[in-house]
Design a protein around this ligand. Sequence first.
Ligand code: ADP
Length: 483
Amino acid sequence: MRILFAASECAPFAKAGGLGDVVGALPKALHALGHDVRVVLPRYQFIATWNKRRHLKPLGVPLGSDELWCGVLEGQLPGSDVPVYFIEHDALFYGNQPYQGYGGGVNEMARFALLSRASLQLCRFLDWVPDVIHVHDWPTAWVPVLLNTVETGPDFASTATVMSIHNMAYQPRFSPDGLELLALPDSVFVSDGLEDHGEINPFKGGLYHATMVSTVSPNYAAEIRTPEFGAGLHDIMNFRGADLVGILNGIDEDVWNPATDPHLPHHYRVDALAGKAANKAALQMELGLDERPDVPMIGVVSRLNHQKGTDVLIGALDGILSLDVQVVMLGSGDSGMEDELRHRSHYGLGRFFAWIGYNERLAHRIEAASDMFLMPSRFEPCGLNQMYSQRYGTLPIVRATGGLEDTVEQCDPETGAGTGFKFNDLYEAALYATVIWAVDVYRTRPELFRTMQLRGMRKSMGWDTAAKEYAQMYEWALGRKRG
Ligand code: ADP
């Protein structure tokens, strides 16, 4: 099958969250199954050009009343032959991050409308017509809309579209004038299309127009059909229910491997765990925490915001720290939460440390050093850190929502089963009680704790299973498209 990934992020080139991880990894796993997979993304200003091949011919992309001329650079996903095409147009793809925000200087709608239109032009440019175009969240949701309206020529007549939902919480709205940018007819600006309370909502439009829709865990696929999790789109999710599939994300088992991780001072594996304690000692020393091997260390690596339940975590922090544990946090996000955590870290007394910012190396070290890992998310489409934790022998303590529910098995003290600890209600008291439980198992049932660690480390979490499920879904989408 020929598959084009059109996306606003792709690790390691441009990443703001889990979407970038998926687009950086899934194409490689599909390629390994024998598919012809390619990726297209913007050549943001922060992406280096020196190691990429520049196509001599420019790419013309109609936008509004103009034709914009774009450069095309070509590279590969690291460690693979999967081609990545970078669309270059400095007037729109500038700045030091993929998204400029709705109030930012860049017209966010034009930026990704250009990417979407350019993705189709690129296929013509390469004389390569995909069977499936796989788009991701709102930025490339324009593609299915375009293929059902203005791009109805013979070249894409048999091309199916799949839209993946990575996070429903990000739904920008744009003025209806934006329709002109993509030369879209008024007929798409309807409530079962792009229109949302008088404005354009590309996320919504994509969900209506894509041949099939997927999201990143089976549980989140069920949750988004309810008002609590559907972010205003639950009716559409029910309407598209027969075409909606939940496929659990994998993780990159080469990057997240405690036996080879270059960020770790000490390596370890399931049959030689001693290095884990050595990583804990090294991190305690590095961060100025009390150097005590017996004290349970609880890690957090997260965006700091309402979705991740950081507010509840901060509320429960004093109680948690009273349990004679150490808490190590890494994250950035809401400025009030950042300030609060900085302040508390200043008075951390050897028990609490917070590093505000983005730090890949520290993220790996926290996963390796910690005994437990906290993720009290309000909603979580899939979540990656709870999977990294299990692979690193670190027991996740999570709210049972979305992909956290799918990927963490509850501790069962009777049978010795489980890979972590789950709670249902997002209250400080519930979080606190679950931490007490986990700490109690750590202190009084070390053999149970160890059994759970080993079970988590032995789990298979790579992308190969997900890739097979996506390939199956592409077949279904093609079946629907081609009748
Ligand atoms: P989301 O995409 O909602 O932020 P995920 O758990 O799906 O959450 O993915 C988050 C990714 O970003 C993980 O790879 C995680 O390790 C990484 N990450 C988040 N915050 C930081 C940070 N401050 N420093 C380093 N890595 C981070």
